[in-house]
Design a protein around this ligand. Structure first.
Ligand code: SF4
Ligand code: SF4
Ligand code: SF4
Length: 202
């Protein structure tokens, strides 16, 4: 879908879902299908609205603040003394910016966090907070980071989908195919790497 690709290329890739869609790509596809207006992305603010209006040859609209306001960037911080290692925040992070493993403390890779806040609600002990990065919202910086964020969002969704298929396969008793075997191996390697990263040095 070329039009959706071009629209998605302008979106910030924060993957925060404030637009009402499950990430930038679904919102881009809705705009490409003329089923969503161009003014629902708070992280993109007026700049992204203007870029979308130029691309789609439509008029500029004010940001619809029912979806939020264009705020300065934030980063998630985990209180590692309070973290119980439940792992519930891991699947919630759309760009895989949290590392940790079961019963071990979790931590946020600040450089990869978009401040989307999606990890806060699943945390049962409320040990995740958002803090300002200290930087101003800047379209050039946002655009420069978008390629990496898009790749991590796609990888995240593919991994969640593969796990969903695996749960269905186990329920049905069907044998593991080659792709699923490869994914299971990758998942185990990732879990081991996360466990190593979160171990406190002696
Ligand atoms: S940055 Fe957030 S609000 Fe903007 S398009 Fe992406 S998911 Fe939607
Ligand atoms: S760590 Fe939390 S705030 Fe940061 S990108 Fe992941 S879900 Fe969003
Ligand atoms: S959801 Fe909260 S308690 Fe559970 S691993 Fe994540 S930060 Fe730790």
């Amino acid at each position: 879908m070329i039009k959706a690709d071009a629209i998605d290329a302008l979106l910030p890739q924060t993957q925060c879902a404030q637009c009402g869609y499950a990430g930038c790509r679904p919102y881009a596809e809705a705009m490409a299908a003329d089923s969503a207006p161009i003014n629902q992305c708070p992280p993109g603010g007026d700049e992204v609205i203007a870029e979308l209006a130029a691309l789609l040859k439509t008029k500029i609209l004010p940001l619809n603040t029912a979806h939020g306001v264009a705020a300065a960037p934030t980063v998630a911080v985990i209180d590692e003394t309070a973290c119980i290692g439940c792992t519930l925040c891991l699947p919630a992070c759309p760009v895989d910016a949290i590392v940790g493993a079961r019963r071990l403390m979790h931590t946020v890779i600040a450089a990869e966090c978009t401040g989307c806040a999606l990890c806060l609600p699943p945390c049962p002990v409320d040990c995740i907070t958002l803090a300002p990065t200290g930087a101003a919202r800047d379209r050039t910086t946002q655009h420069a980071a978008s390629g990496g964020l898009r790749r991590r969002f796609i990888a995240h969704r593919q991994r969640l989908a593969a796990r969903g298929h695996e749960r269905s396969r186990k329920k049905s008793g069907a044998p593991l195919n080659a792709a699923a075997r490869k994914q299971a191996t990758l998942d185990r390697a990732l879990a081991r790497a996360r466990a190593r990263l979160t171990k406190t040095p002696e």
